[in-house]
Design a binder for this molecule. Structure first.
Ligand SMILES: *[C@@H]1O[C@H](CO)[C@@H](O)[C@H](O)[C@H]1NC(C)=O
Ligand SMILES: *[C@@H]1O[C@H](CO)[C@@H](O)[C@H](O)[C@H]1NC(C)=O
Ligand SMILES: *[C@@H]1O[C@H](CO)[C@@H](O)[C@H](O)[C@H]1NC(C)=O
Ligand SMILES: *[C@@H]1O[C@H](CO)[C@@H](O)[C@H](O)[C@H]1NC(C)=O
Ligand SMILES: *[C@@H]1O[C@H](CO)[C@@H](O)[C@H](O)[C@H]1NC(C)=O
Ligand SMILES: *[C@@H]1O[C@H](CO)[C@@H](O)[C@H](O)[C@H]1NC(C)=O
Ligand SMILES: *[C@@H]1O[C@H](CO)[C@@H](O)[C@H](O)[C@H]1NC(C)=O
Ligand SMILES: *[C@@H]1O[C@H](CO)[C@@H](O)[C@H](O)[C@H]1NC(C)=O
Ligand SMILES: [Ca+2]
Length: 574
C-alpha cells in the first residue's frame, strides 16, 4: 500500500526540478536499479540497461485509453535472472519525466497466451503520469508467448514457465518496478495500480488474490480466469455442431444473432440497437422466431484451419434459417451439459454472436464443417496432452469428454491458471479497490464468468450476510460493471453501446480521492449517439430506461439467470 506522506516539499521540488535528460541515462538508471536479492534469488543485470528519452509523445485516444499528447518519459529496459535457473527475464518501463510523474506506479499484463501487451500496454499508465511496467515472463523477448516455451525438449510441461505465466512474473515485475520507481524519483510517496484485460485481467486477479498489499487498486477487464473451463468452452460450440450433425454457415448464425439483437433491444426500455439486458433476452426470447427467415451474405475471405484445407474464400450464402441452426444456437446458449443432463458450465449471453461456432467451407464437398480452432485447441494440446500440435480432431469429442478435460484442468492448474481464489480479505483490509468490467455481449470470455467469480467472493467474504447486504458491503471496495452491448475488451461491431474509456482514471479517483464509482463513466463511441456520456450500473443492479432516463434496478429473476448451479462438477467452482 502507499506509504505515509513523509516527503518534504523541498525534496518534492528537487525531484520535480530534475529534467528528463538528467535522469534518462544508462548510468543513472544503473545507479537506481533494485539491489540484487531485493527479491530473494534474483540478480539484476546492470549491463543490460537501456534508457532513451522520448519527448512530445502522443498516445491516441482509443476505446480503452482516453489518450494524451505532449508526454515525456524515459524508455527503460533491463533484465534479471534467478539463481540456479540459467534464465533471463526482460522488464520494460516507461518512466514519466519528473515534472510529469504523478506519484503512481502501474503494472500491465498481456492477452491470449502473451504475458505482455508491449508498448501498447505501457501507454495505459503514462497518460496518468504513472511509471508503468511490463514483463516478458522470461519467454525470450516481448514478442514471445507462453506457447513458445511451455514444452521442454523432452516434451513435458515446463512448470517454471507455467508458474511464471500464472502469477510469478507479474509479481516480480511489480516488486522490482515499485523499487525502481522509488529510487528513480527518490520518492516513497506513490500509489500503485494494476490494469489489464482478458489474460491481462486474469493476471490482475492472480496478484490481488495472492499479494494483498501489492496494489492500491486494480482495473480488471473481462478476466480470462477459471481457465480450466474457459479454454475448453472455446471448443464447445464446434462440439455442439458435431453432436447435432449440423454445421451452419457463419451467415446463418449471424442472421439468428441479428434477429436476437433486434428482438431484445427494447427489453431494456430503450430501442437503441443495444441489448443492455441480455438477462431479459435470455428469459423471454426464443431463437425459433428466426426459422424460415431469409439470410444472405456476400462471399468473404476466411475459412481454413490448421491441418485442414487452406484458408480461402467463404462463398456467398443465401438461404432461410433452418430449425437445425436454431437448435445449435439454443444448445450453445444453454451452456455445456453432460450426458446425464447436469450443467457443466455457462455460456455467452444472447446477442454476443457465435464466433466459436464458425465453420469452414470445404470447396471439394461443397459443405460447411465444424472445426476446432484457436486457443481452445492450443490449450488441450499443449497444456493437457502436452503435445506440440496445431490441430485437434473433434471426431470422438463428446460433451462428457469436454467435462473430463475441464476436471483434468481444474486439478492440474488449480494454483496457476484457474485464478479464482475467492478470498480477497488481505487486499480489502489493506484498503485496496477493484473496478472489474466485462462486455455483456463478450463472445470470448462470457460475461457470466465474471458474475460467478464476484458472487464467489461475496459468499466467501460475507457468508453471514444476505445476498443484497453482501453485495452492498462488497461494493464498498470491489465493483463489477457489465458493459451493455460491448464485446471482448472493446465495444462490439454490432451494438453501438457505451464503453468505459478510462477505467484506470475512475480507479485513481476512487483510490486517491475516495470517489466511489457508484456508476462507472462510459461513452458511446460509435453510431448515431457517438460521444454521448452513459453511466454503467454496478452489479447486481441492472439498467432500465424510462424514456431517456436510465435507472439501476434490482431484479432477482434476472440476477438468478446469471448464476446457474454447475451440478455436474463435484467440487466447488468459484
Ligand atoms: C509536439 O507534437 C505536436 C504534434 O503532436 C506538435 O504540433 C508540436 O509542435 C510538438 N511540440 C514540440 C515542442 O516539438
Ligand atoms: C523503447 O525502447 C524499445 C526497446 O529499446 C524500443 O523498441 C521502442 O521503440 C522504444 N519506444 C519508444 C516510444 O521510443
Ligand atoms: C533522496 O531523499 C532523501 C530523503 O529526503 C535525501 O536524504 C536524499 O538526499 C535524496 N537523494 C537524492 C539522490 O536526491
Ligand atoms: C447482421 O446485421 C449487420 C448489421 O449490424 C449486417 O451488416 C449483416 O449483413 C447482418 N447479417 C445478416 C446475415 O443478416
Ligand atoms: C437468394 O435467393 C433468393 C431465392 O432463391 C433469390 O431471389 C435471391 O436473388 C438470392 N439472392 C442472392 C444475393 O443471391
Ligand atoms: C475415434 O474412435 C474410434 C473408435 O474408438 C477410433 O478408431 C478412432 O481412431 C478415433 N479417432 C480419433 C481421431 O481419435
Ligand atoms: C466521463 O468521461 C468523459 C469523457 O467521455 C469526461 O469528459 C468526463 O470528465 C468524465 N466524467 C467523470 C466524472 O469522470
Ligand atoms: C427523466 O427524469 C427527469 C428528472 O428526474 C424528469 O424531469 C423527466 O420527466 C424524466 N423523463 C422521463 C421521460 O421519464
Ligand atoms: Ca436497448
Amino acid at each position: 500500500m502507499h506509504s505515509v506522506f513523509w516527503l518534504s516539499s523541498a525534496l518534492a521540488a528537487a525531484a520535480c526540478a530534475a529534467n528528463l535528460a538528467d535522469v534518462c541515462t544508462t548510468s543513472y538508471v544503473q545507479s537506481v536499479l533494485p539491489a540484487d536479492n531485493f527479491i530473494q534469488g534474483t540478480t539484476l543485470s546492470a549491463g543490460s540497461v537501456t534508457a532513451s528519452a522520448v519527448t512530445n509523445y502522443t498516445v491516441p485516444a482509443s476505446s480503452s485509453n482516453p489518450g494524451k499528447s505532449g508526454l515525456n518519459f524515459c524508455n527503460v529496459t533491463f533484465s534479471y535472472s534467478h539463481t540456479g535457473y540459467n534464465d533471463k527475464v526482460n522488464l520494460w518501463f516507461w518512466l514519466p519525466a519528473p515534472p510529469q510523474f504523478q506519484n503512481r506506479y502501474l503494472s500491465t499484463g498481456g492477452g491470449g497466451l502473451a504475458i505482455t501487451s508491449g508498448q501498447n500496454g505501457l501507454t495505459a499508465g503514462v497518460v496518468h503520469g504513472a511509471a508503468t511496467g511490463t514483463t516478458d515472463g522470461g519467454f525470450g523477448g516481448f514478442s514471445k508467448q507462453l506457447s513458445d516455451v511451455l514444452l521442454l525438449a523432452d516434451g513435458t510441461l515446463n512448470y517454471n514457465m507455467l508458474y511464471s505465466f500464472g502469477y510469478k512474473s507479474i509479481h516480480e515485475m511489480s516488486v522490482l518496478g515499485k523499487e525502481l520507481t522509488r529510487k528513480f524519483y527518490n520518492s516513497t510517496n506513490f500509489y500503485s495500480y494494476y490494469s489489464g484485460c482478458s489474460e491481462g485481467g486474469r493476471e490482475g486477479f492472480s496478484q490481488v488474490q495472492r499479494y494483498g498489499s501489492q496494489f492500491d487498486g486494480a482495473a480488471v477487464g473481462a478476466p480470462a480466469f477459471r481457465q480450466a473451463f474457459q479454454q475448453v468452452l472455446h471448443l464447445f460450440s464446434a462440439v455442439v455442431e458435431k453432436t447435432n450433425g449440423y454445421a451452419p454457415s457463419p451467415c446463418e448464425l449471424e442472421k439468428i444473432n441479428n434477429d436476437t439483437i433486434a428482438a431484445c433491444d427494447a427489453l431494456d426500455g430503450r430501442a437503441d440497437g443495444v441489448v443492455s439486458r441480455t438477462d431479459l433476452c435470455k428469459l423471454t426470447y426464443k431463437h425459433s422466431a428466426s426459422i424460415g427467415r431469409h439470410y444472405s451474405c456476400p462471399a468473404t475471405s476466411g475459412g481454413g484451419y490448421p491441418g485442414g484445407p487452406p484458408a480461402g474464400l467463404m462463398p456467398a450464402a443465401n438461404g432461410t434459417v433452418t430449425s437445425q441452426a436454431v437448435t445449435v444456437a439454443e444448445d450453445i446458449d444453454k451452456g455445456l451439459h453432460d450426458s446425464k443432463g447436469r450443467q457443466v458450465y455457462i455460456s455467452f449471453q444472447p446477442s454476443s454472436g457465435y464466433p466459436d461456432a464458425a465453420t469452414t467451407f470445404d470447396a471439394t464437398t461443397g459443405k460447411y464443417e465444424a472445426v476446432a480452432s484457436g486457443i481452445g485447441v492450443q490449450y488441450v494440446n499443449l497444456f493437457l496432452k502436452e503435445v506440440n500440435s496445431a490441430s485437434l480432431s473433434l471426431s470422438n469429442v463428446t460433451y462428457d469428454i469436454l467435462r473430463e478435460w475441464i476436471l483434468e484442468g481444474m486439478q492440474k492448474f488449480s494454483d496457476t491458471l484457474q485464478t479464482t481464489w475467492p478470498d480477497l480479505e488481505d487486499f480489502q483490509e489493506g484498503g485496496g479497490k477493484i473496478i472489474h468490467y466485462h462486455g455483456e455481449s463478450d463472445n470470448s470470455v462470457p460475461a457470466a464468468s465474471s458474475v460467478m467469480y464476484q458472487d464467489s467472493v461475496r459468499k466467501t467474504m460475507y457468508p453471514e450476510l444476505g445476498f443484497r447486504e453482501g453485495y452492498s458491503k462488497l461494493n464498498d471496495w470491489y465493483r463489477l460493471f457489465l458493459v451493455p452491448g460491448a464485446g471482448h475488451c472493446a465495444p462490439s461491431q454490432q451494438q453501438p453501446g457505451p464503453f468505459p474509456q478510462d477505467v484506470l482514471g475512475s480507479l485513481i479517483s476512487w483510490v486517491e480521492q475516495g470517489v466511489n464509482p457508484t456508476l462507472l463513466n462510459a461513452t458511446v463511441l460509435s453510431g448515431p449517439s457517438a460521444g454521448t456520456n452513459q453511466k454503467l450500473c454496478a452489479w447486481p443492479q441492472r439498467p432500465f430506461w424510462i424514456g431517456s432516463n436510465m435507472s439501476c434496478v434490482y431484479d432477482q429473476e434476472s440476477i438468478d439467470s446469471w448464476l446457474p448451479n454447475l451440478n455436474s462438477i463435484p467440487v466447488p467452482v468459484y
